[in-house]
Design a protein around this ligand. Sequence first.
Ligand SMILES: [Zn+2]
Length: 417
Amino acid sequence: MLAFLILVTVTLTSAHHPGEHFEGDKVFRVHVEDENHISLLHELASTRQMDFWKPDSLTQIKPHSTVDFRIKAEDAVAVEDFLGQNRLRYEVLISNLRSMMEAQFDSRVRATGHSYEKYNQWETIEAWTEQVASENPDLISRSAIGTTFLGNTIYLLKVGKPGSDKPAIFMDCGFHAREWISPAFCQWFVREAVRTYGREIHMTEFLDKLDFYVLPVVNIDGYIYTWTTNRMWRKTRSTKAGSTCVGTDLNRNFDAGWCRIGASTNPCDETYCGSAAESEKETKAVANFIRNHLSSIKAYLTIHSYSQMMLYPYSYDYKLPKNNVELNALAKAAVKELATLHGTSYTYGPGASTIYPAAGGSDDWAYDQGIQYSFTFELRDKGRYGFLLPESQIQATCEETMLAIKYVTSYVLEHLY
Ligand SMILES: [Zn+2]
């Protein structure tokens, strides 16, 4: 407990946003109608630094879609001129990124240390994994499944009543460092599990009959970096000989059509697929754990943001999974359930056609390992705040997402294989 308090004290002394300040940076949304518009964006990208928020890279832009990207303050006027002169329809989603970054910390919870309604730093989450496990020994056990490039321990929480030969659902959060709502959801899920076990019939049945493996933060190094240095960081923090650029996109690093499409071989790109499939220690840790538990894992859920989507395989190809009809019906029903709480609308479908093709994703990989229920969730919002979703939306976002996750869990329990 003393160690816990010391950690909390240390983390609170650092300011919210040291490092890059983002004062005056803008986020644009451009409406892309045709190939000509895409060429214009390529032209723009050759002269200005563009941080793509949605889709993840220039190469993933499709006609009849929208593109969200961040532009540095000093380039904002020139970019706006370019868009205007070329008659590209656009909106400014965020006019000053810095103020939006500060506005994110709007939780009214005054807790020092860990809070489910605030974004927690890694040290706080790490201490929480130990505490929540020790306070609920009958429901939670914590293990380490590996270490990150920088030596942080990757923790996994097993949530469920002890039993033999139980089926399991694997859920991870925090693949992409800047998607802060994702780790917040994994923490929320664990809290809801322990809070409602024995009180709510569905959760009680779930934890009696199956185990949830919950990985609160996969990309710990990147997550820490978003707190200390660059809030907009996405990749890992690994380095390698031959390049000064840092980081690999973990969701391009799995052995599923690796680097074939929607991924980059350039280490300086945000969608860099790594030097080989599973080149990253974080990827290896997740993949090895799943491979070693394939007989029990019946569903794989990976939580990202933003755009409000529920996606299933494939993303590395336009081909459809064998149980496409079933996955489509399940996603449809789950997002309908999610919407009952606050009316939040989600789209759903196979990754490649619903969002864009991207190889090396963990959902495709898990599916090809034989896990028949494999979903990527893209949580709130649709771009108003993007990655800077205010803390005041954590509760509503997590509560509605719980409904979808619980729906999928019920379905999986009724369709064990
Ligand atoms: Zn993501």
